[in-house]
Design a protein around this ligand. Sequence first.
Ligand code: 5GP
Length: 364
Amino acid sequence: MHLLHLAGMRIEEDLKLDYSDVLLRPKRSTLTSRKEVQLERTFSFYHSPKKWTGIPIMTANMATCGTFEMAQTLAPHKMITTFHKYYDVEDFKKFFADFTNPDYVVYTLGTRAEDFEKLHAMIAADLMKHFSFICIDIPNGYLEVFLEKIRELRTLCPEHIIIAGNVVTNEITEEIILNGADIVKVGIGPGSACTTRRMTGVGYPQLSAVIECADAAHGIDNDQGYGLVIADGGQQFPSCVAKAFCAGADFNMFGSMFSGYDQSAGEIVEKNGKKYKEYFGSSSNKALETFYGKKEKHRASEGREVLMPYKGDIAHYLQDLFGSLRSTGTYIGARKLKEFSKRTTFVRVNKQLTTYLEQFDTGN
Ligand code: 5GP
């Protein structure tokens, strides 16, 4: 890390990049068709004794996309739905009466006492057997209490694959894994419905965060497995999902690209003859008022509400997403998702050019 000292002020000089700052350099490839590119991966874990196989893409644990309907659609594709925190024990009882696919659903909790009370109730009702994954999630994963809560969760659920976040730097990634998590969720501020950077000035360009945290996590290993990371938020196009895998992300998580579909929560609203569905940040005024009844006085909203064009069934979009990822594989000569990062050379680009090109994007 190069630190510049300017009048006693510490300024990190190393270049940090976002998805839109790079493209992928094409490479010689022996592939004859994009069909040959395999998107499934199998993982073992640093703590959990489980093994997992699937397409390592997951919904955000947001009210708009972490829904039961999404899980019913994504699980047959071996993709993961991270449920939002607002389903209660009775909701889960009803849902799991006819859904058994633990590898493709994640239970989410926060660090508050009531989050752990609900987890105890889920365990008592024998519902946690329906989940391979648990995600413990707070906006600021640097709080010391977070590590304590990860340890508590690991003791309560020794076999589950534990996801913990969010952070963006290497030392804390290592600490989170050593304190009991299998997977670290990376991203502060890149989310499309997130206003943290605007409101607080805190953040880290997401491509660099993924590269640095993946490198730190992958370096922690034992006989069973090694630390893994999820690139969470900021993917605006399928190309960003590909770039995150190329940067070393083991999983991709996003919300906006899972919103606006039949399987996303919310009513369809019509405006100027066009149909939309609402997408809102978990810390937006809308979320705080809907799920907690009020915004606490000391707290400012760090999320916003957006109208997403209504796009019908998500099945069509999944074909586009898989097709784009397979196409990236053929351009860089990677037969498997696992090989993406090994085959990657990023090319830095003039941001003005990508912004110019993206204005012609039609959402595909
Ligand atoms: P997106 O796919 O919209 O770019 O990003 C989704 C991610 O944004 C989520 O997984 C979560 O990490 C983050 N996020 C969701 N809601 C909020 C919010 O209200 N505030 C902040 N700071 N981040 C949010």
